[in-house]
Design a protein around this ligand. Structure first.
Ligand SMILES: [Zn+2]
Length: 298
């Protein structure tokens, strides 16, 4: 097995310098499928990079090739923000890109041409700043039938099904070209959380067993969740939130405790009904109205 370092050069920034997008081709030197893995379309979601690095340390009996873009959006990554400061475009609304577009669209165009060689692509995301996501696949519901076999083999406990389409996503554009693809969210973008590294490695492992780059695909049971069956919990009071991290992903009505001032009181935050916690605020200080959790309404 050899790992080839490549650079995709995209022109150009206002000072004339190009954007250099690093990517890697993991070549097993054995016959097999070509598969893509994309991470960090959003620059504040760099946790997946660690997962990919740890995955590559394990010696797998790989077949075929894997094309990995650990930092799909270096302009956003360099400033640790969701989008690039040059054009403020959300990369995951710019696919398949434009040859003569603004810089983010040009980056998409270049990456997409390379991903076109793949039979299947995994698009990795993480929770936004201070939001920790339990592993979850995300999909536009009418596309479910296109990737059901992939979902069945993917080691994720939840599949969130969106009723409304998002325009020009990477996964949507790949599916339009009959390239199987799925988005998986896990962990928190800016925090390196060790037990989520293991979960991320298992997800990549299950994905590559499905694609045929590894042997022995396994069946996993995931819970499909409609977006409208999800409760968005906003903080009703400001204070310091202590999240119930142990139960992230589990079924509960207990989200955590809130310490309030000036009385220095501590109160349990509960939801009206039990549900699986999908995302949880781990940022401590929270202001009234900020997102505290996403939890299913069971
Ligand atoms: Zn993202």
């Amino acid at each position: 097995m050899k790992i080839e370092n490549k650079i995709l050069v995209v022109k150009e920034l206002p000072d004339g310098s190009p954007v250099r997008i690093p990517y890697f081709i993991v070549d097993s030197n054995k016959k097999g499928p070509t598969t893509g893995i994309v991470a960090t379309q959003h620059g504040n979601e760099f946790f997946s990079i660690v997962v990919l690095k740890e995955f590559l340390k394990i010696k797998y009996p790989l077949k075929g090739k894997i094309i990995i873009f650990p930092i799909a959006n270096p302009l956003a990554y360099n400033v640790k923000e969701r989008t690039s400061r040059i054009d403020r475009k959300d990369m995951n609304r710019c696919w398949p890109g434009k040859e003569d577009g603004v810089i983010t669209e040009k980056m998409c165009h270049g990456i997409f041409k390379i991903l076109n060689r793949c039979g299947c692509v995994l698009d990795l995301h993480n929770g936004n700043d201070n939001i920790l996501d339990t592993p979850q696949a995300r999909l536009y519901e009418p596309r479910y039938s296109d990737v059901q076999d992939l979902v069945d083999h993917l080691d994720v406990p939840f599949v969130l099904l969106r009723k409304e389409p998002l325009e020009n996503t990477l996964v949507g554009c790949l599916l339009d070209r009959n390239i199987k693809a799925i988005t998986v969210e896990l962990g928190e973008g800016k925090r390196i959380t060790y037990n989520y590294i293991d979960k991320g490695i298992k997800i990549i492992d299950s994905f590559l067993r499905h694609t045929g780059n590894l042997s022995n695909p396994q069946i996993f049971k995931s819970i499909p969740i409609d977006y409208d069956k999800m409760r968005i919990v906003k903080a009703e009071n400001s204070g310091l939130f202590i999240p119930n991290i142990e139960q992230l992903g589990e079924k509960t009505d207990y989200l955590g405790n809130l310490i309030s001032f000036p009385d220095f009181s501590e109160k349990k935050i509960r939801t009206p009904t039990k549900g699986h916690i999908l995302s949880l605020w781990v940022g401590g200080v929270i202001a009234r109205g900020e997102l505290l959790a996403r939890i299913t309404k069971d």
